[in-house]
Write a protein that binds this ligand. Structure first.
Ligand SMILES: Nc1ncnc2c1ncn2[C@@H]1O[C@H](COP(=O)(O)OP(=O)(O)O)[C@@H](O)[C@H]1O
Ligand SMILES: [Mg+2]
Length: 219
């Protein structure tokens, strides 16, 4: 299938920088083509060794995850590979959960967000970086979106014994953000679930960074 645009189109067109990566992180651009706005996540500016190993691996991982999750509303749509160093998908206008004041988050928001995560789990995918509020959007329509599938895993390639633990890591991220942003709407059942997950030793390492798969550029 023909790509919506090529690297040459990007180089000769106008794009906005969303963020500049350092070391192992990609540069992110916003690029308009006709009516559609795209995000380009590009590792090509990284040092050659990083680009050719880590960068290629991350691009492939994110592309495969988005491909598998196609059709779920709230997950970046129409993914394609610009080349082996960059993955592209549709831009969703909004603000990150981190930047969004609680008053601007609707009462349905976290119920819908939980639903996105459950639909992802039904496709046998786990995200593993949901605690990071920069990976979650409040769209201009007030709806949730989940971004950044660089740390995601396909459970079909993971030992069965780890599936529940990994899904629990995601769920604890959902409830953690829910309790930070909208504590009043977190019912006692979900709160008790979060507390029981927090007591599990295997989740303690989340106070650092999940599975050592990624370095956070900004915090
Ligand atoms: N599809 C998208 N729509 C809108 N904004 C996006 C989209 N993808 C990424 N962003 C913005 O770019 C930021 C970084 O994206 P992310 O995929 O988390 O990359 P990284 O963590 O490697 O910098 C997000 O916090 C968000 O602000
Ligand atoms: Mg991120």
């Amino acid at each position: 299938m023909e790509k919506p645009f090529t690297r040459k189109d990007l180089a000769t067109g106008e794009f906005k920088i969303i963020s500049k990566g350092r070391w192992g992180n990609a540069d992110l651009y916003q690029f308009q083509r006709g009516q559609k706005i795209w995000v380009v996540k590009d590792f090509s500016p990284c040092p050659p060794f990083i680009r050719k190993t880590w960068g290629r691996f991350m691009v492939k991982r994110e592309f495969q995850a988005l491909q598998k999750l196609k059709g779920i509303k709230g997950i970046p749509a129409e993914p394609f590979l610009l080349d082996v160093y960059a993955v592209c998908y549709r831009f969703m206008p909004g603000t990150t959960l981190k930047e969004t004041p609680s008053e601007l988050i609707g009462d349905d928001y976290f119920f819908q967000f939980e639903n996105i995560v459950q639909m992802m789990h039904q496709q046998n995918m786990v995200h593993l970086d949901i605690r990071n509020q920069r990976n979650i959007l409040v769209t201009d329509d007030g709806e949730p979106a989940l971004l950044d599938f660089q740390s995601s895993l396909n459970l079909e390639n993971t030992p069965h014994a780890l599936h529940k633990i990994m899904k629990d890591i995601d769920i604890s991220g959902v409830y953690k953000n829910w309790s930070r942003k909208k504590p009043d709407s977190l019912d006692s059942g979900r709160r008790a679930h979060l507390e029981s997950l927090n007591k599990k030793r295997f989740l303690w390492f989340l106070k650092g960074y999940p599975l050592g798969t990624k370095t956070d550029r900004r915090s």
